[in-house]
Design a binder for this molecule. Structure first.
Ligand code: HEM
Ligand code: HEM
Length: 225
């Protein structure tokens, strides 16, 4: 039976989660483009931007609003399997946040982005000219190995992003559920207000300051001055 019960328009995603998402998309594309076109200064700057965003998102996953917290969407195998069985049904679930299956793809994408950034920080190119700020902490050979992992993790990230976009297209066309709108506006129609709790602005500012400080420290090669 198709769901006709969507009656309440309520907040789902907070501002920080949405800003982080769309900024990640822009900066990851910029990081890829700059690497492909040998603009390594741009590459490092966009990479540092991604580092700051992912640091923010990781902390926000514990200290942020209801729908952004990992504990609110990461579920065990039984719940994930039970949800997966409902996929062929065209009725869309009324989950106030990531569904149990989508949650694992979110965890995988965040982990892949983190791996991409961390390997980049230690990477060094074949003639030692281009390097990440932590490459002097490891031997040249280790830096080269991490540069290889940096290439491979980008394939993984690309594959996950393809699956991510395919899943969103599946929800849009097969399940007639637009997930993109809420990721832009923050609001969605529900059968009943899910009553999510939202973190105050000061907490987002505090977490952003911590993420920026951590990023600055990494950019300086983990040195204080
Ligand atoms: C580099 C490309 C992308 C990356 C790394 C990425 C990453 C993510 C992450 C980490 C989340 C979880 C949000 C959170 O809880 O913080 C997410 C959710 C989402 N993304 Fe993306 N994304 C990318 C591209 C896109 C594109 C191009 C679209 C639009 C077509 C899109 C639409 C969405 C939507 C609608 C959600 C919410 C899904 C839901 O309702 O559960 N993403 N994405
Ligand atoms: C999401 C973030 C990032 C993405 C998507 C990304 C992607 C890439 C890609 C695709 C390449 C290969 C270019 C090619 O030769 O075809 C590359 C190379 C490189 N990246 Fe990143 N990168 C990211 C973050 C970083 C960061 C944070 C750093 C360090 C500050 C970094 C440092 C490097 C270096 C030094 C190379 C050259 C390695 C070599 O020539 O073998 N990257 N990156």
């Amino acid at each position: 039976m198709a769901s006709t019960a969507a009656v309440v328009r309520a907040r789902l995603w907070d501002g920080p989660t949405r800003i982080v998402h769309w900024s990640l998309v822009i900066l990851i594309v910029l990081a890829w483009w700059s690497a492909e076109n040998d603009k390594m200064d741009w590459h490092r700057w966009s990479g540092y931007g991604v580092l700051g965003l992912i640091a923010f998102r990781l902390i926000w996953g514990f200290a942020g609003s209801g729908s952004a917290r990992f504990a609110s969407f990461v579920r065990g195998p039984a719940a994930t399997l039970a949800y997966a069985r409902t996929l062929p049904s065209r009725a869309h679930a009324d989950t106030p946040g990531h569904n149990p299956l989508g949650a694992w793809s979110v965890v995988a994408i965040i982990a892949a982005v983190a791996a991409q950034v961390v390997t980049g920080l230690f990477a060094v190119d074949v003639d030692g000219i281009e390097s990440g700020p932590l490459s002097d902490r490891v031997s040249f050979d280790t830096g080269r190995l991490l540069a290889k992992w940096h290439h491979w993790s980008f394939w993984v990230l690309e594959a996950l992003v393809v699956v991510h976009i395919a899943a969103i297209a599946f929800y849009l066309t097969y399940k007639r559920s637009n997930l993109i709108g809420p990721m832009v506006t923050g609001r969605r129609d529900f059968a009943a207000d899910p009553g999510l709790k939202f973190a105050p602005l000061w907490r987002a500012v505090l977490v952003a300051a911590v993420a920026a400080a951590l990023t600055g420290w990494v950019m300086k090669g983990l040195r204080l001055h």
